[in-house]
Write a protein that binds this ligand. Structure first.
Ligand SMILES: Nc1nc2c(ncn2[C@@H]2O[C@H](COP(=O)(O)OP(=O)(O)OP(=O)(O)O)[C@@H](O)[C@H]2O)c(=O)[nH]1
Ligand SMILES: [Mg+2]
Length: 455
């Protein structure tokens, strides 16, 4: 997401950053480069012009030019202005006194409405808001089934209209159900068309009038570039959307649409779809997005992802072991590894760490096969061995290697990593005074020391 745009902007800004002294002409030249990069990334022309106007005005101010590091200041200004392109502050669904708060999900065919509705439901479910999904795309039987399947997968109930029926009736029935069962949020999935047409807008308007949604989220496909902006404008004119879910940001979209939507429609991006699974939805936080583009890292995103992936109960137990009196066994080591793996590809996570964005991680280090090997080795041990690894002598190690089909050297390496993690935890314990302090990311050992990746 924003990789190419980020590295090109970085290049454009590098020259400014390196200079000790800057004058207005240098800044103008530097910003011309920035302009080229933005337009190449398919950012709307007018949005680019306004953006550069604001940057230039702030950058040529007295205070900046006379400051110790004018280049850094300009990078900061570009960062802030990028953030304001996305909108101000956090734009997630506000907690609502009205139950159920109603979210209408609209968009063109194939933009990701149904998937995004389920992703959003999952997020709200996690936040304890007890969502209910309503299948009101009644044009295709498969559409109803798709939402029902997703609902089962995430454990959120789905109320479906009848195939060929009236979406307005279906939406109203779902709302009655949501009231009866006291759901906090009702998410209504609707039909899409290939293009904006009157029939679709009319149907959506009628649904809107019937359920009076608190949010109308337009789902737009980032891969369609500026087309997404035009579509957003069309839906906004017809329905008055409250925000945008920009999907397929994991693809090689150039990012221009995401940077232009707010400027053109005045409506913020609220969520980003970053993959096909139900967990691949990020809250669009302007500061974080700007930070990611300029490769300042996205620590908040990292922490959130780690927290979402980690089973809280398991984590609490692990922390007890790590920081409390308990013994940290190889079984715990395996649990920890599994939790790390659940967070997703290491490569993706690394991008969120400040300064790591540009680092190329050798493919060898993120091979999910290695996790399988770790499991095979630990599962080839007897329960006693797992609890008391110190009894693992040469012959036991040879037996485990044979049992797991891995070389002895790998068994040794794993034990070494386990020991490193144990050592790390002793240090943590010392630092936290032995109590249950709670690790910042919930990640035993961070990404260093004891991970089964690399080395
Ligand atoms: N890579 C990626 N794929 C996505 C994302 N969101 C949705 N998709 C995929 O896009 C395709 C269409 O998604 P749907 O949710 O069915 O789209 P829809 O808007 O409901 O489509 P219709 O109901 O046919 O109008 C599916 O294959 C999804 O898996 C995303 O953020 N990233
Ligand atoms: Mg759909």
């Amino acid at each position: 997401m924003f990789d190419e745009l980020g590295s090109k902007l970085d290049e454009a800004l590098a020259r400014l950053r390196q200079r000790g002294v800057l004058n207005e002409a240098m800044i103008k030249e530097g910003l011309r480069e920035v302009r080229r990069v933005l337009l190449e990334a398919d950012v709307n022309f007018q949005v680019t012009r306004d953006f550069l106007g604001r940057v230039q005005e702030r950058a040529t101010g007295e205070a900046v030019l006379k400051s110790v590091s004018p280049g850094q200041q300009i990078v900061k200004i570009v960062h802030d202005e990028l953030a304001s392109l996305f909108g101000e502050g956090r734009a997630a669904l506000a907690p609502n006194a009205r139950r159920p708060a109603t979210v209408l999900v609209v968009g063109l065919q194939g933009s990701g409405k149904t998937t995004s509705a389920a992703k959003l439901a999952r997020r709200l479910q996690r936040d304890g808001r007890q969502p209910l999904l309503a299948a009101c795309d009644l044009q295709r039987p498969a559409a109803i089934e798709q939402l029902e399947t997703l609902g089962r997968q995430i454990g959120v109930p789905v109320v479906s209209g009848a195939f060929g029926g009236d979406p307005v009736e279906a939406a109203l029935a779902a709302r009655r159900k949501a009231r009866e069962d006291n759901h906090g949020v009702l998410i209504v999935d609707t039909a899409g068309r290939l293009q904006i047409d009157e029939a679709l807008m009319d149907e959506l308007r009628r649904v809107k009038e019937a359920v009076e949604p608190d949010e109308i989220l337009l789902v737009a496909d980032a891969m369609t570039g500026q087309e997404a902006v035009t579509i957003a404008k069309g839906f906004d004119d017809a329905l008055g959307i409250t925000g945008v879910v920009m999907t397929k940001m994991d693809g090689d979209a150039r990012g221009g649409a995401a940077l232009s939507i707010r400027g053109v429609t005045g409506k913020p991006i609220k969520y980003l779809g970053v993959g096909e699974t139900v967990d691949d939805l990020d809250v669009a936080d302007p500061q974080r997005l700007a930070g990611r583009i300029l490769q300042m890292g996205d620590v908040v995103g990292l922490v959130e992802r780690a927290q979402a992936a980690v089973d809280e109960e398991e984590q609490a137990k692990l922390e007890q072991k790590m920081l409390g009196k308990g013994r940290f066994t190889l079984e715990d080591f395996l649990t920890a590894m599994r939790q790390v793996q659940k967070m997703g590809p290491l490569e993706q996570l690394m991008k969120l760490i400040p300064g790591m964005g540009r680092m190329k991680i050798p493919a060898e280090q993120v091979d999910p096969k290695r996790m399988k090997h770790v499991e095979a080795i630990i599962l080839s041990m007897t329960p006693e061995e797992r609890r008391k690894p110190e009894i693992l002598n040469g012959s036991r190690r040879a037996r485990i290697a044979k049992g797991s089909g891995r070389p002895v050297a790998e068994v040794n390496r794993l034990l070494k990593q386990y020991k490193e993690m144990q050592k790390f935890m002793k240090q943590m314990r010392g630092m936290m005074g032995g109590g249950r302090g709670g690790l910042p990311t919930g990640l035993p050992g961070g990404f260093g020391g004891g991970m089964p990746f690399g080395r």
